[in-house]
Design a protein around this ligand. Structure first.
Ligand code: KG4
Ligand code: ZN
Length: 342
């Protein structure tokens, strides 16, 4: 079995081919970071236009890498939501057209289910599992009791963790996207004088909130008269100590919030392993702290390789394979669902 995956929900145009044993035969990802960098964030209209311009050549590249033709495929899985609607429509329409032309079954997949699926691509995952999905658009905890059965336990009430990284980096003139830049700048740096309190919900729920930490950074910048850099730094040596201290405090708070919520969600639940997925799961401090904290409780932690944490189409193809193997297919009338939650 060979499944084509298509992912265009945000600013990566991605096409992949996965086989019946979840082996990745091709995983081509075209990042639009350079397009959006001057604006410090994703510009939806530019993103959809770039998907449209590149998706044909990304498909060709993926077929070539997998050494297959369209005639060798058994089905198509395409992200149908959540995401930017114009971006989703490009991938979905492209997937439908291919499926129609080649008479293939097509399924529209949830992007968050795809992120969770990424953990299953490299290692078997012991179920039931607790999954933390942490990306630029989402921060949520799921109890995963079967490969396609999820119960959402908590989600963010405001910003996603990756969004907080990106906004803090923008405020300080560090460049875009902020997550990998801040990760690099504070890597190995001990916590300095700056720290923020871990946000708690007044109603006792496990939900996340990152806007308070972001505002805390803003107030600290104002109070201490810190000025944003005029040019994005290429190394930590180009960044004043007071900014590095601030970033270390910011990252520490974000990581500890994510880890402590995950540990809290373990209580009273049957959990045999923990999954950490999504773009922010590339963060080295988060990977290390989550592995340590869960390890102390005797739980294995599954964190995909960085290329499978960030947006990619292999995770969509693999998630779609489960539906296609069960004989499911979606109708040609399937629409994009920008707010689709699981
Ligand atoms: O999953 P993803 O590629 O796209 C979404 O579905 O949102 O995640 C992108 C997010 C961005 O906010 C980016 O800053 C963040 O993941 N990110 C990181 C790191 N690498 C990417 N955040 C913290 N540390 C990193 N190393
Ligand atoms: Zn994503």
């Amino acid at each position: 079995m060979k499944i084509l995956g298509i992912e265009t929900s945000c600013d990566e145009t991605a096409v992949a081919v996965v086989d019946g044993e979840d082996r990745i035969l091709a995983n081509v990802i075209h990042s639009q970071v350079s397009v959006h960098r001057p604006y410090g964030g994703v510009v939806p209209e530019l993103a959809s236009r770039h998907h449209l311009q590149h998706i044909h050549s990304i498909l060709d590249g993926a077929l070539q890498e997998a050494d297959v033709t369209l005639d060798d495929l058994d089905g198509i899985a395409v992200t149908a939501g959540p995401g930017l609607v114009g971006c989703l429509l490009v991938g979905l329409t492209f997937g439908k057209a291919l499926a129609w032309a080649k008479d293939l079954p097509m399924v529209g997949m949830n992007h968050l289910e795809g992120h969770i699926r990424a953990a299953f691509l490299e290692h078997p995952v012991e179920l039931p599992a607790l999954f933390l999905v942490v990306s630029g658009g989402h921060t949520a905890l799921y109890h995963v009791t079967a490969p396609r059965t999820f119960q959402r336990l908590a989600h963010t009430r405001d910003d996603a963790a990756g969004e907080a990284y990106d906004k803090v980096a923008k405020l300080l003139g560090l460049g875009y996207p902020g997550g990998p830049i801040i990760d690099r700048l504070v890597h190995g740096r001990p916590l300095g004088k700056v720290s923020f309190s871990i946000p708690r919900m007044s109603d006792g729920s496990m939900d996340f909130s990152f806007s308070g930490i972001k505002t805390g950074v803003l107030y600290h910048v104002r109070e201490h008269g810190i000025e944003a850099l005029e040019q994005a730094p290429s190394s930590a040596e180009e960044v004043p100590e007071e900014i590095l201290d601030l970033l270390a405090g910011f990252q520490h708070t974000v990581v500890e919030t994510l880890v402590s919520r995950t540990l809290r969600a373990l209580k009273g639940r049957e959990v045999r392993s923990v999954g950490l997925v999504g773009g922010v799961a590339c963060n080295r401090q988060l990977r290390q702290r989550m592995t340590e904290a869960c390890g102390q409780r005797g739980l294995p932690v599954h964190i995909p390789s960085p290329v499978l944490c960030a947006d990619n189409a292999a995770m969509i193809a693999s998630a779609g394979r489960l539906r296609l193997e069960a004989g499911e297919r979606d109708p040609w009338t399937l629409g994009a669902d920008p707010g689709w939650q699981i």
